[in-house]
Write a protein that binds this ligand. Structure first.
Ligand code: DUC
Ligand code: ZN
Ligand code: ZN
Length: 482
């Protein structure tokens, strides 16, 4: 099965150029002008369009069991919706329950994900600590191709990683060459503020952002960064939502630390007024953590993205329908946290990033695929249009437009946080493993076609940071366990 994309402008993170792209056996075989290809190759006309690496969403939660329910989007529906929006790879999260063996949780998620239409990979969350967690981290890195571990600094009494867990896990990640990642919110502060607000009879969704102020995120971001600094390990901070956390990242990067930040289109474009809407269903549909912030944070986040302080964009795609959100109708702290977006990320970022002049098309590729591929060790197999790369490609029509709506989206959820937004710039074709999965509005995603992606451990970035940390705090590194 072979396919040729003719007449488009190829955009990679470093440059754009006119070229045809020839794909066969699931990979890119040739990139060049006026390619001669074997007869019978399927032809995609990309005249007037961009040909870019398929998007990588490095932060999704398909069918996540969470807060007493299960996210409504499963691995098939979610990856199919992703491809309707030009995203061809997701990195989802294995989240073991406290005391659950990591390997057991990992096998469970692998089984759930077998129905994926697109390729996928996993971060694994560290929600507790003992010798088995230490050992399973080793197995996951060495045998299963997991090179990133997530720490929820919030969700006290459930999946929260306290300082001791973070310390042990960051040290273990360092020895394994794996990347620690954090959801940065101070879980104790959130827990106490929730109690205080409920005691004051603030029970509606307006209590959600009040219980999770930017300072709680800034504190946690700084704490995680300081742990990483002392231990000498890189750090990736998911869903940076506010200036407070961004400022900590900028400070750390200016001090020579290898700290990466991710931002969601929702945090760039939706503000906290949504929580004050008197319609519970509407307000609750926006309950996610960290919450949407006051408008003043948005410009800072855009600037962080433009300046390269934030390197990736994701969605934290975690869908709950209205009847699931109703679990918190008398208590905002019980509203299942999560919003969708895997289908909309690229169009929203193109519209508000490229069309406004904030981002070049090359920068768009960097923040929607190439940087995530580099940080999580999938590059150049993913995130690049080059010979030998997987044929995961989006043909992007910069003049196509639509109005986003839950009535027409493919995501398996009854709400869309971008409802009514006009976007210009959409995928005309999405190609996964060399096959067309989205053709001018027709979804051809195939259940189970996606493959699990192993991501090897890192070496050079770690060696460099270890040297810096050793110079600063010699004993911390000299005594690290093997
Ligand atoms: N935040 C959410 O809103 N949902 C899932 C987990 C998370 O951290
Ligand atoms: Zn999170
Ligand atoms: Zn998340």
């Amino acid at each position: 099965m072979s396919l040729i994309i003719r007449g488009g402008t190829v955009v990679n993170a470093d440059r754009q150029f006119r070229a045809d792209v020839y794909c066969a056996d699931g990979v890119i075989k040739a990139v060049g002008e006026n390619l001669d290809v074997p007869a019978g190759a399927q032809v995609v006309d990309a005249g007037g369009q961009y040909v870019m690496p398929g998007g990588i969403d490095p932060h999704t939660h398909m069918q996540l069991p969470f807060m007493g329910t299960v996210a409504s989007e499963d691995f098939y529906s979610g990856t199919a919706a992703a491809m309707a929006g030009g995203t061809t790879t997701i990195i989802d999260f294995v989240i073991p329950a406290p005391k659950q063996r990591l390997m057991d949780a990992y096998r469970q998620w692998r089984e759930w994900a077998e129905k994926s239409a697109s390729d996928y990979s996993f971060h694994v969350a560290i929600t507790w600590w003992d010798q088995s967690v230490h050992d399973d981290m080793g197995t996951l890195v060495r045998e299963e191709g997991v090179n990133s571990f997530k720490h929820f600094m919030a969700y006290k009494g459930a999946i929260m990683a306290d300082d001791e867990i973070m310390y042990q896990s960051f040290r273990r990640a360092l020895t394994l060459g794996a990347m620690p990642t954090v959801h940065a919110e101070n879980g104790e502060l959130v827990f106490q503020l929730q109690r205080k607000l409920l005691a004051e009879c603030i029970t509606g969704p307006e209590g959600h952002p009040l219980s999770r102020p930017p300072a709680a995120e800034g504190e946690a971001a700084n704490r995680a960064i300081r742990f990483a600094e002392v231990i000498g390990v890189p750090l990736y901070i998911v869903h940076v939502s506010c200036k407070d956390a961004l400022d900590e990242i900028i400070r750390a990067r200016n001090a020579g630390l290898r700290v990466y930040g991710e931002v969601l289109p929702g945090h760039l474009l939706v503000d906290d007024r949504v929580y004050r809407n008197p319609d519970f269903t509407f307000a609750a549909a926006h309950v996610m953590s960290p919450p949407f912030r006051a408008k003043s944070h948005q410009e800072a986040l855009w600037q962080g993205l433009q300046a390269g302080h934030l390197q990736t964009t994701a969605t934290d795609h975690c869908c709950f329908c209205a009847e699931q959100k109703a679990a918190g109708c008398d208590d905002f702290s019980k509203i299942p946290n999560g919003c969708g977006g895997v289908e909309d990320r690229m169009a929203v970022l193109w519209t508000h990033g490229v069309n406004t002049g904030r981002l070049t098309p090359e920068e768009f590729v960097a923040i929607t695929s190439a940087n995530a591929a580099r940080i999580f060790n999938l590059y150049p197999r993913k995130g690049s249009i080059s010979v030998g790369a997987d044929a995961d490609i989006v043909v992007w029509d910069p003049n196509a437009s639509k109005t986003i709506s839950a009535k027409t989206h493919r995501q398996q959820v009854d709400f869309n946080i971008f409802e009514g937004m006009q976007v210009r710039g959409l995928p005309s074709h999405t190609i996964s493993q060399g096959k067309l999965t989205w053709v001018q509005g027709e979804l051809r995603a195939e259940r189970g076609a996606g493959r699990y992606l192993k991501r090897p451990a890192y070496t050079s970035a770690f060696a460099a940071l270890e040297k810096i940390a050793a110079a600063r705090t010699p004993t911390a590194v000299a005594r690290r366990p093997g």
